[in-house]
Structure formats: C-alpha cells, structure tokens
Design a protein around this ligand. Structure first.
Ligand code: 13P
Length: 267
C-alpha cells in the first residue's frame, strides 16, 4: 500500500530542488506521480513549486479530473500533458516539467540536443528532440510531445521548456537534471570553439553498454538497432550507422554558422 503522504512530501522536496536549482522561476513547472491506473498526485496550478507543503498536492483521475484538492488549490494547468505521458508510456510513474535556463534556451533557439559530447549524456539520454510549439494548457502540447514518447525519456518543448519522465519521481527529476547539464555543457563548449564530438564508434560502444546493462526507459540506443534493420528510428543522435552522416553534417553546419556569427559580432 503506497503511503500517499510520503509521496506528497517527496513531490514537495523535488519542487524545492527544481526551484532552488533555478530550473523554474516564480510559479512555473509542475510535477506528478502515478499512484495506480486511476489515481495520480500532482502539483497545484499557480503556486511556487519551491514552497509547497503536502496539503497543496491535488489528486486527479486518468482524465485529469479532480478527485481531491484542498480549498484554494486546483491541479496544474498542464495536467493534460502529464496524462498523455502516462497514457502512452505505461512504464512511467512520474513526470517533471520545468524551464531550466540552458535547455529552455536551446528550445527557444530551435536547436535539439543531438551532439554526442560526453559519455553520461549519451548513455542517459542519447539525444533530446524538440516537440513543436503548442499553447500551454491545451491539447497542442500533448499532441506535439506524443510522437517522441516511444523513443525518448526527455523532450524539449519549443519556446517553452523541458519535459522528463521515468519509473520513479527521483529518476524523472534526475533526467531533467541530466538534460540541463547536457544543455549547459553544449552551450559552453560552443563558446569555446565548438565541442569535439565523440565518434560514431565511441557512441555505439556507449549504446552497447546501455543495452548490456538493460537500462530502463526509451532511448535512441534501442532505436538504432531498428535503423540498422530499416525500421523507424530517431532523427540524428549520431549513434546509428545509417543516420550518422546527416547528424555530422547538421552539427557541422550549426558549428560553422555559430562561428561565422561570432566572427561577424567580433566575439
Ligand atoms: P502550473 O502552475 O499550472 O502547473 O503551470 C506552470 C507552468 O510552468 C506552465 O507551463
């Protein structure tokens, strides 16, 4: 039997972490946890996620309808986005949405995180695509995110933020941290003349490690196997043989354009 009060406390702790780490400003961001197929706990709308106590947390059903909420609290305005993840990913038990500074900047610039630059990011995430822009609180964001759910455990939301999900709340939060760390490293290495990417072979070796350890969740390492057999695969992480060439030319192009702009700006 799950202790709901303990889970509410954990949601508040993770809310503090995302707020204290600057992954959200003001009242932004939202968090949810699946209790069972028909009950979910979620953060309320319009409060700072850094200052919540367990009475703030609402309970909804699989349609996002309120089952329990204390006076003055309503479920997150983004509950439809969370519910779409649970519906399409039965392995997911928690969803975290935030607006981390670097990841959101990439989402605003329209640059997905696809360059393989360090082993941890390659193993944990592979690459992080950008779901097309949607108006918050409508079905547009769930619809945009939907097509990436079977291939990735984190996506950027165009001009908005990032979404991460996993089997536990802590793991979903850690995915969000990994996305932000990856985005930050990518941004900084671009300022230093552009990252030296891991080679196709190095990425494939890391993917092999991930497969060997049977790591949970969806990841390009598994899709790359599809690509080799001509089945649908992800877009351009650089890890799979058939997509490697276009990945290299995409990132070369981005690096060349960045260099040119910086030269012209005299940076
Ligand atoms: P809520 O407070 O309604 O969860 O919305 C915050 C947010 O970040 C919307 O994108």
């Amino acid at each position: 039997m799950v202790n709901e009060y303990e889970i509410k406390k954990e949601i508040c702790d993770i809310g503090k972490r995302i707020y204290n780490r600057g992954m959200v400003a003001s009242n932004d961001g939202n968090i949810s946890v699946k209790l069972n197929d028909h009950e979910f706990l979620c953060t309320p709308t319009g409060v700072s996620k850094g200052f919540m106590t367990p009475e703030f947390i609402c309970k909804v059903n699989e349609n996002g309808e309120v089952l329990q909420a204390n006076k003055g609290f309503k479920p997150s305005s983004e509950i439809k986005m969370h519910m779409r993840v649970y519906k399409e990913r039965p392995d997911v038990n928690s969803v975290v949405h935030a607006h981390p500074m670097y990841a959101t900047s990439f989402a605003i610039a329209g640059i997905p995180l696809t360059q393989p630059i360090m082993p941890e990011a390659v193993i944990a995430l592979g690459c992080v695509p950008i779901a097309e822009y949607g108006t918050p609180s409508t079905e547009e964001i769930p619809d945009a995110v939907s097509k990436y759910l079977q291939y990735f455990d984190a996506v950027l939301l165009a001009n908005h933020g990032a979404l991460a999900y996993s089997d536990t709340l802590l793991n979903a939060y850690h995915k969000m941290e990994s996305v932000e760390f990856y985005a930050q490293l990518l941004f900084l290495s671009k300022q230093l003349g552009g990252p030296k990417e891991l080679s196709k072979e190095q990425v494939e070796r890391l993917y092999e490690i991930r497969r060997k350890f049977g790591m949970k969740g969806k990841h390009p390492a598994n899709i790359c196997l599809n690509a080799k057999e001509g089945k649908p695969s992800c877009h351009s992480c650089g890890g799979c043989a058939s997509k490697a060439e276009s990945a290299a030319s995409d990132s070369d192009l981005v690096a060349a354009i960045t260099k040119k702009v910086m030269q012209e700006l005299g940076i």
